[in-house]
Design a protein. Structure first.
Length: 531
């Protein structure tokens, strides 16, 4: 039987960091197992292809939620990366850490060692910031962070319009202050995507003590006497096992990590019984506490053509500008689409931002999958709640890993979330009425001029709100009865098993979740190696 010191399940944002850090000293054998394929594909490398990855069946799990009670029974599309690099190979590349208070809150909840002062060194240590180092940034890490190589004029216009509304300019959302409007920093190098795989895994593939297996979907974690001893998977109809001498580390992401725990007999007995799964250990919190950023898009038609649209003039502009990619590694092929945005307060009296904006130089709808609307020249604004109060859950749809987990986002189940979403739509509209954006706008597509009262806006939100792809919390860190891992990310009650990915966040951070997940994995590696 094959064995390794450490088995990591899932080669995503967290898994690639762990594979690097645990194999670096050469003392331990490490096996990283990824369900998806290799990340050697032009769509992953070229930033603008992020739109195409939304529709990729090969490298995107393309999950869907169950019908959402408060969103007109719509099933919400949940893309997730299925390749080395995981979701960092299909994401929008924005480098955002969240707010100091997010981590101080984790510590206040009892998670010693996870306050801002503790996590900042890990953000800095994993970062190579092209713009240089300072109190908040590092230059010796693996993850390349750069300015966007594409800064469209229309994105600049958005920044000016938002400033006119009174929102301050900010050139670094990860510095002293998060609040403000500006261009996002991106995980790119030389105009190409810099995923977690590219940063932490690819340079280390030649290490003799590191084995990377792709196209293998782990079926369950083997548990014996409350101890994880290895993993099991199916290959060509045969059941195969790999044993772990030291630990199994689960990094399959916020939907698949709880699924795999439950399939391995760890979870709420009621849920396991429904699928005749033998209980190994009762942990009622597995799959609960799902939190995600609910988002609403406001879309306008414009009489301006230098943006992304399926129109002849846009196509010509696109071709002319795309050429700079091949000569200078810049231009619109390097665009992350949401080049500009920011963090704002819905009310100036608030202590910190509660809404995030992503400006889109296209008539965007349905995750970019609505081709018809892209026939119009348009601009759009994502507005999402940074700390929504609604929580959902992940359960099983069968006793097999081949069935997708059941996702209940339960968005807008808390009434405060709807109130803030209505404000978010009003703020987006307010920005669109300012110069220089207002001069190019010819018509509001969504919500449309007929939609004016709060009740009408709420109805629009129910019919259109979506995820902005940041599910967390389903194997939460803590010491209360609903927590799944402790502050060293060890699964409560089971030896030699940790969960290390976005699922361990006890509460959703106020921003995009890739950099925080990388930070979590880098800190976990130190905990494992007792550094
Ligand atoms: C479309 C999109 C856009 C986003 N944009 C941004 C952004 O711009 N900035 C940002 O900060 N964040 C962004 N995010 C969020 C961010 O990328 C994720 O929060 C982060 O990548 C999560 O990391 P993870 O390690 O928890 O999971 P993942 O990176 O998803 O990794 C989980 C891995 O486990 C594998 N796996 C699952 N089940 C199994 C199994 N049974 N056996 C073996 N392997 C398995 C998966 O294939 C996957 O590779 C975006 C996400 C998406 C989907």
């Amino acid at each position: 039987m094959t064995s390794f010191d450490y088995i990591i399940i899932g080669g995503g944002s967290a898994g690639c960091v762990l594979a690097d850090k645990l194999s670096a000293c050469g003392k331990y054998t490490v096996c990283l197992i990824e369900a998806g394929k290799s990340d050697q594909h032009w769509m992953i490398q070229v930033p603008l292809a992020v739109i195409a990855l939304m529709r990729s069946k090969a490298r995107n799990w393309q999950l869907n939620s169950e019908p959402e009670e408060h969103l007109n029974q719509r099933k919400i599309f949940n893309p997730r990366g299925k390749t080395l690099g995981g979701s960092s190979s299909i994401n929008a590349m924005l480098y955002v850490r969240g707010q100091k208070e997010d981590y101080d809150h984790w510590e206040q909840l009892g998670n010693k060692g996870w306050g801002y002062k503790d996590v900042l060194p890990y953000f800095k240590a994993t970062e190579h910031r092209e713009m240089g180092e300072n109190d908040y940034h590092g230059t010796s890490g693996e993850l390349n962070v750069s300015e966007s190589k594409s800064k469209l004029d229309i994105s600049e216009s958005f920044i000016k319009a938002a400033q006119t509304c009174g929102f301050p300019l900010n050139d670094d959302f990860n510095g002293k202050e998060q609040e403000g409007i500006g261009f996002y920093q991106v995980t790119q190098k030389d105009g190409l995507r810099y995923s977690s795989a590219k940063a932490f895994l690819t340079p280390n593939l030649a290490r003799e003590n590191l084995t990377v297996l792709t196209d293998i979907q782990v079926e369950k974690i083997l548990i014996e006497d409350k101890k994880a001893i290895g993993i099991e998977y199916l290959s060509k109809g045969n059941t195969c096992q790999i044993l772990a001498n030291n630990e199994v580390i689960l990094s399959a992401g916020a939907f698949h990590s709880p699924q795999l725990l439950m399939l391995s007999g760890i979870g709420d007995p009621e849920e396991l019984e429904k699928h005749n799964i033998n209980l190994q250990h009762q942990l009622n919190g597995v799959g609960k506490n799902l939190q995600d950023h609910i988002d609403i898009l406001t879309v306008n038609q414009v009489n301006y053509q230098q943006l992304f649209a399926y129109r002849p003039k846009s196509a010509w502009w696109f071709v002319r500008n795309a050429l700079t990619f091949f000569t200078k590694k810049s231009g619109i092929l390097t665009s992350v689409i949401a080049e500009a945005g920011g963090f704002i307060k819905s009310d100036p009296s608030l202590a910190r931002p509660d809404i995030q904006l992503h400006f889109i130089p296209a008539a965007m709808d349905d995750h970019g999958r609505n081709n018809k609307i892209l026939l119009k020249y348009g601009i759009a604004m994502h507005a999402c709640l940074l700390r929504p109060k609604s929580t959902g859950k992940v359960t099983l749809s069968s006793d097999s890993i081949k069935s997708s987990p059941k996702i209940f986002l339960n968005m807008l189940s808390h009434p405060d979330d709807m109130d803030l979403m209505v404000k978010a739509v009003k703020i987006s509209r307010q920005i669109f009425t300012q110069e220089p954006l207002s001069t190019v706008i010819t018509k509001e597509i969504f919500p449309s001029q007929q939609c004016q009262t709060d009740a009408e806006i709420a109805q629009f939100i129910r019919s259109k709100a979506n995820t902005i792809y940041h599910p967390v919390g389903t194997c939460k860190m803590g010491s209360d009865e609903m927590s799944v891992v402790d502050n060293e990310l060890k699964v409560h009650g089971i030896n030699n098993l940790r969960v290390v990915d976005a699922s361990i966040m006890p509460t959703l951070i106020s921003g995009n979740t890739n950099a925080p997940t990388i930070m979590i994995a880098a800190k976990a590696a130190d905990l494992i190696l007792r550094k």
